[in-house]
Write a protein that binds this ligand. Sequence first.
Ligand code: PFF
Length: 547
Amino acid sequence: MKRVKIRSAECSDAGGVTSASRSNSSKGRHIRDSWGSRLGIIMAVSGSALGLGNFLRFPAKVASNGGGAFMIPYFVSLFLLGIPLMWIEWTLGRYGGGFEHSSAPGIFHSIWQKNRFIKYFGVIGIFGPLIIFIYYIYIASWTLAYSFFALFGKYSQALDQATMQSFLRGFQGLERNQYFNGLGCAYLFFLITFLLNIGVIYYGIRRGIERLCKFAMPLLFICALVLMIRVVTLGIPDLARPSWNISNGFGFFWNPDFSALKSARVWLEAAGQIFFTLSVGIGVILTYASYLSRGDDVALSGLTAASTNEFAEVILGGSIIIPAAFVFFGPLDIQSIARSGVFNLGFVTMPLVLNKLPLAEMFGFLWFFLLFLAGITSSVSLAQPAVAFLEDEFNINRRKAVLIFGIGSFILCHAAILFLKNGVVDELDFWGGTFFLVLFATIEVILFAWIFGMENAWDEIHKGADMRVPRIYKFIIKYITPLFLFFILGMWFWQEWVSIILMKNVSLANRPFILGTRIGIVSIFLILALLVKIAWRQKRIQAERIR
Ligand code: PFF
């Protein structure tokens, strides 16, 4: 792979916006990072995509939305939304990187230089990942804690759902019990996980993120394969109940309930899962791809990263948690288990199941360590857009950018830690992990296919490409993807807008917390928008001085 150094000569930018940053780069104040190898960026994008979403969120969604039938809207969304957006983000990112921009405001500005407002739409590409980061990292820290708990048998005495549930609640600081008396332990693991993340980002793209992913991804696959093989060979643990076997476990997961397809909600959930699992529609891949050089392939690399994620989700993610739980809890309990939520599946049901096996400590550790590796390779990607924004647009070095990000995000994470019981994590997940994903994806596709223009876009995708994208995608990206997205957004507004705004599904006691979260979210957005304004003004002034 050709390395990116300073590519200013290749590109020109309107309004002299990047000329200032170029002059700074050449003065050596801020040197752009780059990927070390093609394998490195593919591993990093796959690492971002492959996360808690694959092993926790996906099985819960399938099991509670019609089993195998869910896979129909899921695959439709993969081909009409996920893969097109993967290509769009890789291409837009590489293009914007040519103008020395690594976050959405600058990348959008390079695409539509005449429009003064487009950079503010790009704010979502920093803000969305930040919102997800705030809670994602906290949940990732639980997996690190549970890896230790598994290894040292801390929950080995919890043999039923109720006890394991109370272990989890104690750990989360929701109740005091014989296992925990406060948030101290969870907070300690949060600190460790947070510092690990900051450490990786501090070392940058090549020496930090790429190195982590090159080591973590193979390890993650090994853990997942071992667990999958263990689950598939479970046999019939309870001979009195021969129907509680692994093939019926898979049957429960995959047997289609086609009536689910009539529900708009199921389609929304499937589309949301595709965005979340592929990490597209939020700005993270834009940032990663901006460190490519102009002649690097995006078509095959994007497809490879998406396929790796889908293999891990559908084959590995689909073969562990639900089939294993079925074998031990049977067809009746599994219904309520599947619907009881992502956390219960991962932190209550799965350790219980593994507790019943020989070598319980080792399998428990493998499960939670797998989740931890999946989590950390995703959380570092969520931090990078904000760090890159500070580095590029304010021309500060990475050390300072990471420090500012570290302090700011550390404070914000406390909302998730302290107010978990008040629904703050769910609220952040709705806005960051669902709503803004779809909104931002819509903006990206319009910008790409309609503003940049489909002919330009098609040429740009194929620059340095190692494969031809099937021609049908020209039509899909131009018409189908945006229409599908408009449809999803429209349905959302129509079905849920009023009840969401009025907090109809929120208990009275939690309303102040949810309102506080929303005020916080709006404030973060406004602060970032203001920073964009200041950065562009500074650059204009600098550019005028140089002229
Ligand atoms: N794709 C990650 C997962 O499946 O857990 C989550 C995620 C990471 C979503 C990065 C969005 C993102 F930008």
